[in-house]
Design a protein around this ligand. Structure first.
Ligand SMILES: Cc1ncc(COP(=O)(O)O)c(C=O)c1O
Length: 409
């Protein structure tokens, strides 16, 4: 029998417990939605205030040079590189994940002429499939979507690109990146990983695995804020050949030469298009300080322990109440979230949120709970399951207010 005292003891022994103070979290709120919008690091407002009140208001345009605004996408990319197993100058911050995916898929497809297939998976996040579909149409290829279990078998010599998401947004199911990347390379295909649900939640080893391209967002486990700019990784061995389609002036070798002809930057800057959303980049850059001194293996160990605790408590407290585990039990196959399925999932999640326990809902019946190891506590897991048990047992979810769908779920 797991008790709340046991969870409190786990918190007392948690080597990452001190990191929670790096975030400005509302009191009396349990936040299990860092896989959708990360919590705000406490240092960000002061940095943004300085950017607004000094650098913009008084520095004006001089701040592109004097406040080092211009190289912020590169600096921030290098910080992210340390979290995803990339080298210096292989990662840059730009645009959104969807836009970066478009740039990378077109660039990769151009590097594999004569191969007719872009391979993706059916359960991927919709934007990944929509973008791949459009790229296939534009480049005269076929988009082939298969079930995750069939991906390895579907990689053959016809495949130009394999485009997958490392951790599935609904179930939290995690690919074996090393195995799939190896298979793609054996077949001569290029691989693109979407790291939206793994960057900042677990160690990612892009270069150890031999990955070609990756993209990911800044607003989930990296805590960059709503609509934070995304990042893009290109393995250094490909940089000289990569020709991405959105050839804006910031991707030029000499943007301020203002030449008529496009000449791509020799390095990762060629993945840029236009002017960075500077306040967003600054927020993301300062938010990443929350990872200072954090050992990613320790981070992963806590994420696994939080997930295991959630599943064990769900088994203990929710049996017979209509909740089904919708994530892998084996932590080696799981990212940093656990999902439960319940046919009244939407209303149940609204009832939980009304009690200041914040997760989210994904249609048709998934309750998602994300565990950002820098700020989620073991007692939060206990309290969440206790609230969930009460809501389901008493039918407290069964009101018109909780059943009425809002536009963002
Ligand atoms: C796996 C995955 N890829 C892409 C996206 C969308 O990213 P963006 O809105 O930055 O284009 C999301 C958003 O949740 C996601 O979960």
């Amino acid at each position: 029998m797991i008790t709340r005292e046991h969870c409190a003891a786990l918190d007392a022994a948690d080597p990452l417990a001190h990191c929670r103070a790096r975030f400005d979290l509302p009191p009396d709120t349990i936040y299990l939605d860092g896989n959708s919008l990360g919590a705000m690091p406490a240092n960000v407002p002061a940095r943004i205030r300085r950017a607004l009140e000094q650098e913009w208001a008084h520095g004006l345009i001089r701040s592109w040079n004097d406040a080092d605004w211009y190289p912020a996408p590169q600096r921030t990319g290098n910080r992210i590189a340390t979290l995803i197993g990339a080298g210096r100058d292989e990662v840059i911050v730009a645009d959104s994940t969807s836009v970066n995916l478009f740039k990378v898929l077109v660039a990769a497809t151009r590097m594999r002429p004569g191969r007719p297939v872009i391979l993706a998976e059916r359960t991927n996040f919709p934007t990944d499939v929509y973008v791949a579909d459009s790229v296939a149409e534009m480049t005269g290829r076929e988009l082939r979507c298969v079930d995750p279990a069939d991906v390895l078998g579907a990689i053959d010599e016809t495949v130009a690109i394999v485009s997958l998401t490392h951790v599935n947004y609904k179930s939290g199911w995690c690919y074996d990146m090393a195995q799939v990347t190896r298979r793609a390379r054996e077949a001569g295909a290029l691989i693109v990983w979407d790291l939206c649900h793994s960057a900042g939640a677990m160690p990612v080893r892009l270069n150890d695995c031999g990955v070609d391209f990756a993209v990911g967002c800044g607003y989930k486990y990296l805590n960059g804020g709503p609509g934070a700019p995304a990042f893009v990784f290109v393995a250094s061995r490909h940089l000289a050949q990569v020709r991405q389609p959105l050839t804006g002036w910031h991707g030029h070798a000499r943007p301020f030469a203002f030449t008529h002809d496009y000449e791509p930057h020799p390095g990762i800057d060629r993945m840029l298009t236009g002017t960075a959303p500077q306040l967003g980049v600054i927020a993301l850059e300062s938010a990443l300080e929350a990872f200072d001194g954090v050992d990613l293996d320790v981070l992963r160990a806590k994420s696994v322990a939080l997930g295991n605790l959630f599943i064990d408590l769900a088994d203990q407290q929710l049996a017979g109440l209509g909740c089904r585990l919708a994530s892998p039990r084996d932590p080696r196959e799981r990212g940093s979230q656990v999902s439960l399925a319940h046919e009244e999932g939407y209303a149940i999640m609204q009832a939980l949120i009304a009690r200041n326990v914040i997760g989210d809902f994904r249609a048709p019946d998934i309750l998602r709970f994300g565990f950002a190891p820098l700020y989620v506590r073991y007692v939060d897991i206990w309290d969440t399951i206790a609230a969930l048990e009460d809501i389901v047992r008493t039918g407290a979810w069964n009101t018109e207010a909780f059943k009425t769908r809002k536009s963002v779920t």
